[in-house]
Structures are given as C-alpha cells and as structure tokens.
Write a protein that binds this ligand. Structure first.
Ligand code: PAF
Length: 289
C-alpha cells in the first residue's frame, strides 16, 4: 500500500514496515532524538498531552495509530472501538506531528504470525489482568513490535493505564530495549473524570455518575495520607462507588512501583487504582497517595 501526504502540513501516514524503516533511517541520518507515542486512535486531550511531552523530549515525534485486536477478548468492544482516523490526522497536523505509523492488522500480524510476549511481574498484579486475562500479552506483544519497528529513543504512555505503564517499563528493561519509557499524568475533565476514548460511549446520566470513581479515589488517598487504616478506607471507597451505581471491578491500594498488595502503609509510595463498569462502559483510574 502507498504512503500518503495530502498537503505539506499533514503528517506523513506510513502503512508498511519497509517505508517506516526508510523514514526512521532518514530521521536518524538527520540526527536528534525520536519519540514514539503509541495510540489506538480516537485521539483526545490526553493523547495530545502525551504528544506535547514527546515533543519536549525529542526532535521527531512518531504517533502510531493501531487498534490492536490482540488486546481485546472476543466479548469486548474491538468492532465498536471508536475510530476517527481523519479527525486524528487533522489533530496531529495541528500538533505538527511529522509521521504517523498506521499499519493494517495483516501488516502487524501477517499470516503465520506465531509469537506472543506473555509478561509477568506487574502484569500479574491481580488488577486489570484479573478482569482481562488476555490484555497484557496483547499489549506487550504489540508494544514490543512498535518499539522495534519505530526504534524510538523515548516512548510516552499515559498514567491512566497505570498497570500498562508498569508492564511496558518492565518489558523495555527486560528486553534491553534502548528506548526510555516515560509516563505522563492523567488529563481530566473539569469534574475529575479521566479522559478516555471510551467516554464517548457514556449516556448523559452515566456521564454524570462517572466522576465518582475519581472522587472516591481522591478522598480515600487523602484519608490514607492522614493515617486512616487502609482496610477501612478501601471499604469506604468501594461502598461510595457502589452507591453511585458503578459496578466495581477493583479498588485497591498498591505499592506504586511494583503494584504489590499492601496491608498497611509502611513508608513506600502508594497508588490507589480502581476500575468499574457503568452501563456498558468500563472506566479505569488511579491516584497517587
Ligand atoms: O494504551 C493504549 O492505547 C494501547 O494499549 C497501546 C499502548 C497503544 C497498545 O495497543
């Protein structure tokens, strides 16, 4: 398939591995650092903040847009996952992104593809992995491929998917990838709801209830910081979320680095992490204590 560049302001969209290799080699020949921002498209302010961070840290920014089938279970929303490619490209043009890596599924996973990375450590912390057992092998496999394909010096991921950020950081370390993984803070709506491509699924009443996840996390983080017992605080947070009509998947306090369970704070950094369903939409969020 051909690459396209409709006007000189639009980013170059590359769809084949050989064309990507040539473009990356060309970037390298011109010197400077390359940053990659991996996305599944349906871009919003959260992604724009990742791109802003990438731009501050590197001379060239590659944004990948690939809705990765390997991280969706058969009962999940792969077919209905929001796709807005033209709007994404227009937004990336505004942000002066030069290169978009947008492979089709058979380019990423050609016939006969038979390799899967199954991460352990933070990927088996009993959070997202407990609800979506397929998820981190799908993410690790595609992120490893993206990092090998784009050869970035830096790759930028959002803290909203906090466990994913830890999994990818561990993956880059374990595979001796030269790339440095950077995490960027969550971008929120004024009422606290973490930005997500899936927020567009929320009905008006669900949208109104959704910020409760963040409010409960924030309130519980404050209580833990002021010395309240962990179990009681988590119980309080879980009940507050249930009262708001959200179906909780988990609401947990973990070591912020290893994601190991905590029974009582003992001086280590703590992260509160939660996920809940509202209607047919799944929300995830987290805060530092
Ligand atoms: O966070 C995402 O959008 C995806 O999980 C990622 C990292 C692009 C891999 O498909």
């Amino acid at each position: 398939m051909k690459t396209s560049r409709r006007t000189k302001h639009l980013p170059r969209v590359i769809r084949t591995v050989p064309a990507l290799r040539r473009a990356v080699a060309n970037f390298r020949a011109r010197g400077g650092k390359i940053a990659l921002v991996p996305t599944m498209g349906a871009l919003h302010e959260g992604h724009f903040s990742l791109i802003g961070r990438a731009r501050n840290r590197a001379d060239r920014v590659i944004v990948s847009i690939f809705v990765n089938p390997a991280q969706f279970a058969p009962n999940e929303d792969l077919n209905t996952y929001p796709r807005s490619f033209d709007a994404d490209i227009a937004a990336l043009a505004e942000l002066k992104v030069e290169l978009v890596w947008a492979p089709a599924v058979p380019t990423m996973y050609p016939a006969g593809f038979a390799t899967r990375i199954v991460p352990e450590g933070p990927a088996t912390a009993g959070l997202e992995d407990a609800i979506r057992p397929h998820f981190f092998a799908g993410v690790a496999t595609v992120v490893a491929k993206l990092l090998i394909q784009c050869e970035p010096d830096i790759a930028v991921f959002g803290e909203k998917d906090y466990q994913q950020l830890k999994v990818v950081t561990q993956l880059a370390r374990d595979l001796d990838l030269k790339c440095r993984i950077l995490g960027v803070p969550i971008v929120r709506e004024p009422d606290g709801l973490a930005l997500s491509s899936r927020n567009r699924y929320l009905s008006p009443s669900e949208r109104q209830a959704a910020p409760m996840l963040y409010r409960a996390l924030k309130e519980c983080a404050g209580k833990i910081a002021s010395g309240a017992p962990l179990d009681a605080v988590l119980d309080y947070g879980r009940k507050a979320i249930a009262r708001a009509g959200l179906r909780l998947d988990y609401f947990e306090a973990r070591n912020a680095n290893t994601l190991k369970s905590l029974t009582a704070p003992s001086g280590e950094p703590i992260r509160l992490l939660a996920a809940a369903q509202i209607g047919t939409t799944r929300l995830i969020d987290n805060v530092a204590v």
